[in-house]
Design a protein. Structure first.
Length: 199
């Protein structure tokens, strides 16, 4: 099952400065993936590194949340690309108190769709993703459409955009994450010198 690639930090994607991009809200939760086939429907679920099923808490809480989403996602993708063999949808799973991948079992959770991969076509490009899915209430929101520049990076870091963890910038064949100072400081306060393990 396809895993979501690691997103470089902005510092590692500096060569894309000045290039056009869309910046999506980066939600603070757990990355969950869902695989669809024409024969089986949405039949396989996973975290970034492991598969899970209805017996695995807390991720089993996401299964009923994804069911109506999955039906819409499959319909949209098949309408756009034809009868595709497989689809992998990527969502963020979180609740009000979720932080750095840890969740309160008793809180209600939500899923946000942030990427979709189509078999033999790869990830849907960011502008096409917005065109296909932005009208849905569970799609990651765009907070910036323009060139990647230092002013935007610093504005995100200093909390001048309506994001808590940060943003993911997506350009033509590249992406990069920018975290807010508030989020990084909270990680440092909780995890000390090991904070980067949880980033």
């Amino acid at each position: 099952m396809l895993s979501y690639p690691s997103i470089p930090r902005f510092q590692d994607a500096h060569k894309h400065m000045g290039e056009p991009c869309l910046a999506f809200v980066k939600y603070d939760g757990s990355n969950l993936r869902w695989e669809f086939s024409q024969k089986k429907g949405w039949y396989k679920y996973g975290t970034r590194n492991h598969l899970f099923d209805a017996t695995n808490a807390p991720y089993n809480q996401a299964i009923p949340l994804f069911k109506p989403m999955g039906e819409e996602i499959a319909q949209i993708v098949c309408k756009e690309y034809g009868k595709v063999e497989r689809i992998v949808a990527f969502t963020e799973f979180f609740g009000p108190s979720s932080f750095a991948g840890f969740h309160d079992m008793d809180e209600p959770k939500q899923l946000v769709l942030f990427d979709v991969s189509v078999y033999k076509k790869g990830f849907i490009p960011p502008r096409k993703f917005v065109e296909l899915f932005d009208h849905l209430p569970y799609t990651a929101k765009v907070v910036y459409d323009g060139n990647l520049n230092h002013e935007f990076v610093e504005a995100v870091r200093h909390g001048q955009y309506p994001v808590y963890e940060g943003v993911v910038c997506k350009g033509d064949g590249w992406d990069a994450k920018i975290k807010t100072h508030e989020f990084i400081n909270r990680l440092k306060n909780r995890y000390g010198t090991e904070w980067e393990k949880y980033e």
